[in-house]
Ligand binder design. Structure first.
Ligand code: SIN
Length: 519
């Protein structure tokens, strides 16, 4: 495959790629049902009871089962990590870079198999899955380059006398727990883990219980690339039990987490109890787009559609609030409705499908509750039904992409839903639109569509979010890429002030030491 897939691909001849993806899908489907382990100290752990990974488009399809790691094993897991970290932290940074770069190559070589798995496991469309895998490899490469550019983060400092030499050296903290979500099951597990590993830390990855199969792919790539046993371990289990116990473990020196605000706040509290430990949180959003009077309407509709309904709205960056200038409201709503009606919802493994299922039955229930509220307090433009598809997909977790007219102050315009559900309302002046867009506890991404450079610059200066896009037809608020858009949550969307995909990421996983040597 010579074509490079990002989340921003719109038009290209992808027939060869689709044929390759179909072949990979057949091969993956031919080997379903394996029992796979957790990984402790480089050894498979097969004593725990089984966690099942099922296809959300066809919940009867068992993809693979994974041996859970019981909480009672965590002492051993952490001990192994601490031992392995001593040698890894002392390994030359050039060697850490070499291994992570090799892992990136392996992920790229396996892109078709890994993305086919991902489509089955979390219901991503094939293009989104290919993008996720490609992003994972790029994250490893981009973060490795940060270590190279900073020459291992060793920097000569000033002298107070002629007989001394001082270095500022960034050194690892020790052991990081990485808790990754289902929605970017490879990219977020790979990105957070790579930041910690390149910094010389050992990692204990607890992937989402909805996506253990993708984490297995990451483990294989890192170990085959040469990561020593115990430096990267994978424990399977539920967030409320295993994840919570891992965060509480006193032998864990830091946590990287991407997920809900409620869980993130709890982790933050744990990490500041007793002693303050580093805690990197990316906590979702309620992301707005502003469509101005002079916007390119077609671009705005396309960009809003892609960001609201890509991955069934289950991205932290997903668009969930649209503010449209009053003069364009009818035309915008009409265009968005047409776009939604033309989009195929269904089996995400098919090339024609843009929107697959939501992740599980709980998400369907959340959708049904939101729709009930919207019917009561607003007006449904399009969607709002659970979809019962035919045949093999009959039990799948499918819901219609939904557009509703809702007042700005409504609960559904404030609470993160993580669903293909977008609220639209009108505005009169850019002042109003900016005020409405910023009137939210979250601040992850935001977009504007305007032909007026002054309005765009005002938006860039005043929008309270870490990732801003203007006139982006490929995604009003989604589609950040390593080395292009740092993904930094402001306000309740994050806690570190430095984003994944960005130039300051790796250094956060290290602590500074001043070393003065007298001659
Ligand atoms: C995310 O939503 O977690 C990141 C990807 C994006 O920018 O769309």
């Amino acid at each position: 495959m010579s074509f490079r897939i990002t989340y921003s691909v719109l038009e290209a001849d992808l027939s060869t790629l689709h044929a390759q993806f179909d072949a990979a899908l057949d091969a993956v489907r031919g080997a379903l049902g394996a029992q796979l382990p957790s990984w402790i100290g480089g050894e498979p752990y097969r004593s725990g009871d089984l966690l099942e990974s099922r296809n959300p488009a066809k919940p009867d399809e068992l993809l693979a089962s994974f041996h859970r790691t019981p909480v009672s094993e965590l002492d051993r897991v952490v001990r192994v990590a601490r031992e392995a970290q001593r040698a890894w932290g002392a390994t030359a940074w050039e060697e850490r870079v070499r291994i992570l770069r090799r892992a990136a190559e392996l992920i790229s070589e396996r892109r078709l198999e890994l993305s086919a798995r991902m489509t089955l496991e979390v219901g991503k469309s094939r293009m989104e899955s290919l993008g996720d895998v490609e992003e994972s490899a790029d994250l490893l490469r981009y973060y490795a380059a940060q270590l190279e550019q900073a020459e291992g983060f060793r920097r000569p400092m000033a002298r107070l006398s002629p007989h001394e030499d001082t270095l500022s050296v960034l050194r690892p903290y020790g052991v990081f727990a990485v808790l990754s979500p289902f929605n970017f099951p490879l990219a977020l597990a790979a990105g957070m883990s790579a930041g910690a590993l390149l910094g010389g830390n050992a990692v204990i990855l607890k992937p989402s219980e909805e996506a253990p199969w993708c984490a297995e792919g990451l483990y294989q790539a890192l170990v085959e690339a040469g990561l020593p046993p115990g430096v990267f371990q994978v424990v399977h289990g539920e967030g409320e039990s295993l994840g919570a116990a891992l965060v509480r473990h006193p032998g864990v020196d830091g946590v990287a987490f991407t997920g809900s605000k409620a869980v993130g706040m709890d982790i933050h509290q744990q990490m500041s109890t007793g002693r303050v430990r580093p805690c990197f949180l990316e906590l979702g959003g309620k992301n707005p787009a502003i469509v101005c009077r002079d916007a390119d309407l077609e671009a705005a509709i396309e960009g809003c559609f892609r960001s609201a309904f890509g991955l069934s709205g289950q991205k932290c960056s997903a668009l969930s609030r649209i503010y449209v200038h009053e003069s364009l409201l009818d035309a915008f709503i009409d265009g968005l409705e047409k776009k939604v009606l033309a989009a195929e919802v269904g089996d995400p493994s098919l090339a024609s499908v843009f929107t697959g299922p939501v992740i599980n039955a709980a998400a369907v229930q959340r959708f049904e509750r939101a729709v009930d509220e919207a019917r009561q307090d607003g007006a449904v433009v399009v969607g709002a039904e659970r979809l019962r598809l035919e045949g093999a997909l009959a039990k799948g977790y499918f819901v219609e992409p939904t557009v509703v007219l809702l007042p700005h102050r409504h609960r559904l315009m404030r609470k993160e839903l993580f669903l293909p559900f977008v609220g639209v309302t009108g505005f009169r002046t850019l002042d109003d639109a900016l005020q409405l867009a910023n009137d939210c506890e979250y601040g992850l991404t935001a977009g504007i569509f305007s032909r007026n450079p002054e309005d765009v610059e005002r938006f860039m200066a005043e929008a309270e979010a870490g990732v801003l896009y203007a006139n982006r037809r490929t995604g009003a608020t989604t589609g950040a890429w390593p080395g292009v858009q740092s993904f930094c949550g402001w306000k309740a969307s994050g806690a570190s002030g430095k984003g994944g995909c960005g130039p300051y990421y790796v250094s956060q996983f290290m602590r500074e030491q001043a070393q003065t040597r007298m001659g």
